[in-house]
Design a protein around this ligand. Structure first.
Ligand code: ZN
Length: 243
């Protein structure tokens, strides 16, 4: 029997038996952890909130015979205000689902963990529009999962594409496409502010996501790109507010 303390956030939960709950946790050092929280659905349970989606805390875990049980939790943040805003809640769930789609057991996910916390904080405690927040998340998510889109040169001919030149995005090839190479293909056109924003957002990190005009963040394009790379649709995306 091994007992460990792990900082983690709840990505998914499912009720189990009368009072228990199964949770999927994301830990920066251990990746995905599937665990059971016993008796957490009893009204007076100390662990009542620790099995909720978005619950961030230090989870004390006991591991025995391949099963992980949560024995106690020191909650750090619940991102509670998200629950009061349906649109932002669906954005938050979409982020959790993306993290769950890539996290593997015993595989470090420090960058993804920090990115998730950072984006959830902005989504919960700022009034920044959701499109730049989610677009910024998707860009950095691509980078930390090893499929950062190429945003400086045409993916076909290698020509450098300037900020004011017409640019297109080819999701299948994973980057920009110049106007000569686009012939016969159906890449998506990018506006100069969109290209500028994506370049800046990738270079400077989340500081530049703030105060971005909504139209400068090509959310639909990035969503399509990431889902194509993952090879699957993220089901909760269909619940997102209209772009
Ligand atoms: Zn080209």
């Amino acid at each position: 029997m091994i007992q460990t303390e792990n900082t983690a956030i709840v990505l998914r939960h499912a009720d189990y038996r009368d009072n228990d709950r199964m949770v999927t946790l994301l830990s920066p050092s251990r990746g995905r952890l599937d665990a059971i929280i016993r008796n957490c659905r009893k009204p007076r349970s100390h662990n009542l909130n620790s099995g909720e989606l978005f619950a961030l805390g230090d989870y004390m875990l006991i591991e025995k015979g391949g099963h992980i049980t949560v024995t106690s939790v020191r909650l750090i943040e619940t991102f509670y205000p998200l629950r009061a805003d349906y649109d932002r809640l669906t954005c938050g769930i979409y982020l959790l689902n993306l993290a769950e789609a890539v996290a593997e057991p015993e595989q470090e996910e420090r960058e993804l963990f920090m990115l998730l916390l950072h984006t959830l904080s902005r989504l919960t405690f700022s009034d920044q529009a959701w499109q730049p927040l989610l677009s910024g998340f998707l860009l950095h998510f691509s980078a930390c999962q090893g499929f950062k889109p190429r945003l400086n040169h045409c993916v076909f001919c290698g020509k450098r594409i300037g900020e004011k030149e017409p640019a297109f995005f080819d999701a299948e090839e994973g980057g920009l496409c110049c106007s000569s190479c686009r012939r016969g293909r159906v890449p998506v056109a990018l506006t100069p502010p969109q290209l500028r924003w994506m370049r800046q957002a990738l270079q400077t990190g989340s500081a530049s996501w703030i105060n971005t005009p909504e139209a400068a963040a090509p959310f639909a394009l990035l969503r399509n790109y990431v889902e194509q790379r993952l090879g699957r649709k993220i089901r909760s995306a269909s619940q997102l507010p209209a772009d």
